[in-house]
Design a protein around this ligand. Sequence first.
Ligand SMILES: O=C(O)[C@H](O)COP(=O)(O)O
Length: 330
Amino acid sequence: MVDGGGASSSSVRFRGDGSGARSDGVNAPAATAAATAATAAATAACDAMATRTLVLVRHGEGSWTRENRFCSWVDQPLSADGEAEARRCSRLLAAAGIRFDAAFSSLLTRAIKTAWLILEGVGQAWVPLAHSWRLNERHYGALVGLNRAQLALNHGEEQVKAWRRAYDVRPPPIDEAHPYFDEIHGDRRYASCDVPRGKIPRGESLRDVLERLLPYWEGSIVPELRAGKNVLVSAHGNSVRAIIKHLEGISDADILHLTIPTGVPVVLQLDDELAPVGERRYLGDTAEIAAAIKRIEDQGKAPKGASASPDPRGAVVATTATTAATCPSP
Ligand SMILES: O=C(O)[C@H](O)COP(=O)(O)O
């Protein structure tokens, strides 16, 4: 969790490559006062040009975060720390003076609750909040419920990084025998989606996430932004990455390096064509945000000195990973 105490607005990009380094190669503690002033001036200029604000939030910590398991479409609630993160978001947004006109979340409770806590905390609980499965976390297929560090031991850190961050790598699909299949695919919230149950994904690459997200983005969120409204999207690490990739035109290769921290408002100013004006800003303390990104990336590292486990579910992944990771879109 990132502590919000004494938070300031950060306008740097984070590479998200595990080093917590800034993309401009400048280490935060070494930044000069002149550079900070220049950044603030540039940010103010961008803010003056922008006509609407988009705030993207990856929900706060869920109860599986500490167990380091892929949560994905399992509807785990926010932990107490996750709720605190959402409240901290609202304080940061209130301090930034952002007034929302519309809000959107996924169909998963942890993102919905994050949106509620943010809107309540900024005194704007009346703002309409719409939900769609299209903002859900990436469906991690057969990896749902598995421990990332254990997977790194069994399959290698590079494979786990590819499953988590590569644009075109799809995890092995979930099947009916999976321990969480019924809980996810039998849930009645997915009975009323704009696609039949049979078309609900069983394992997605980031490309798949973007493709299923875009119809909702274009049909429901873009009209609000085009009308000049300020919009909150409370979603998940990978649905937020997909939106940022789309808006900023990040290449398929470079998106590998983007990790979104939990409970940190990501602020984009958009012009009339919905092109970003200036760089995306992360509200909060720069060093704490970099540390939070590194913690998330380190979830996919194999613990030193540990060895691969004969976990039978790991073996299922091992036999299906190669073909599933390269299979064509449904
Ligand atoms: O599905 C999950 O558990 C997370 O929300 C996303 O996990 P990731 O950071 O490994 O993509």
